[in-house]
Design a protein around this ligand. Structure first.
Ligand SMILES: O=C(O)C(=O)C[C@]1(C(=O)O)C=C[C@@H](O)C=C1
Length: 288
């Protein structure tokens, strides 16, 4: 049966680029927000959700990770890393001059990736946050010529916008990691795509705040020579100073090392939850 994939829309978002690079032939549905897309998998309206997780310049997409931990616990079944190139998009009636731009629209993560550009060239413009870069492009297409969007080339094409400035992100090596979420047990990505590496994401809660607690947690991985690619603390939302730790380990879940880590940490009073063990795919094309 054809699978149904949900993504952060509308058309022309980076998430859509991520989805198109991993899935073809499947039915695709766009959602206005990340929580709506994740709810749709939880409610079984769709089989798979693709949502942004982390950007190389701006860091974690907190909305995604918080919703995954606190609201809808969906397993991460794959990750795709997409090169991100941000461009300044205006409608066909706009002039070619930055000084005529009074409003800039985009997703908060895209705005943050272009802070220096905005500071240097568009200080006069008001910044407006939108639910996605695609939404910003849609709004600019329907707006007066003083509006600009920050987004990708696909959005320029989809909404008939012209590119006033290319590659306006502040640091060149820009990528975003997208998580593929699904309750399905069987592999969701076709075997035609070659995964680079395997990763496992764990959620760890410490019993209380005491000296050396995090050191003990990290030691359980260290002496087993398990390489961590990310550790992040997020508020538990139960009071100041209470945190979860989200840890990415650069290997697939196995039946020896991971159960060992889990047992050791549980003996210390920690709670260890598996958020996913999954292949990592890389998108190479620069057509973003
Ligand atoms: O707005 C989009 O186009 C998205 O897909 C979201 C998103 C994000 O949340 O980080 C994805 C990639 C870019 O980093 C900018 C925006």
């Amino acid at each position: 049966m054809t699978k149904k994939i949900g993504y952060l829309g509308p058309k022309g978002t980076f998430t859509k680029i991520a989805v198109d690079s991993l899935f073809n032939g499947e039915e695709k549905a766009d959602y206005a927000t990340i929580p709506e897309c994740m709810d749709a998998v939880e409610n079984e309206e769709i089989d798979i959700a693709v949502v942004p997780l982390e950007n190389a310049i701006e860091g974690t997409v907190h909305l995604t990770i918080d919703y995954m931990i606190h609201q809808v616990r969906l397993p991460i079944v794959a990750e795709i890393v997409v090169p991100i190139k941000q461009h300044l998009l205006v409608n066909e009636r706009a002039t070619d001059s930055f000084v005529d731009i009074a409003h800039v629209y985009s997703h908060s993560h895209a705005i943050a990736q272009c802070h220096q550009f905005l500071h240097k060239h568009l200080q006069q413009a008001d910044v407006h946050y939108t639910t996605s870069t695609g939404k910003a492009a849609e709004m600019v297409a329907a707006s007066d010529p003083t509006a600009a969007a920050i987004g990708n080339k696909l959005a320029a094409k989809e909404y008939g916008l012209k590119i006033l400035a290319e590659d306006i992100h502040d640091y060149p090596n820009n990528h975003t990691r997208f998580a593929v979420l699904s309750k399905q047990e069987e592999p969701v990505i076709s075997s035609g795509h070659a995964a680079g590496t395997q990763k496992t994401t764990l959620l760890i809660t410490l019993p209380s705040d005491y000296a050396g607690a995090l050191h003990q947690v990290l030691s359980a991985f260290a002496w087993r020579k398990m390489n961590l690619s990310k550790i992040e603390s997020r508020p538990m939302k139960t009071g100041l100073g209470n945190y979860y730790f989200i840890i990415d380990v650069n290997q697939a879940y196995d039946q020896v090392l991971f159960p060992g880590v889990k047992a050791e940490l549980e003996a210390l009073g920690c709670k260890v939850t598996l958020l996913g063990t999954y292949p990592v795919y890389q998108m190479n094309t620069d057509e973003v």
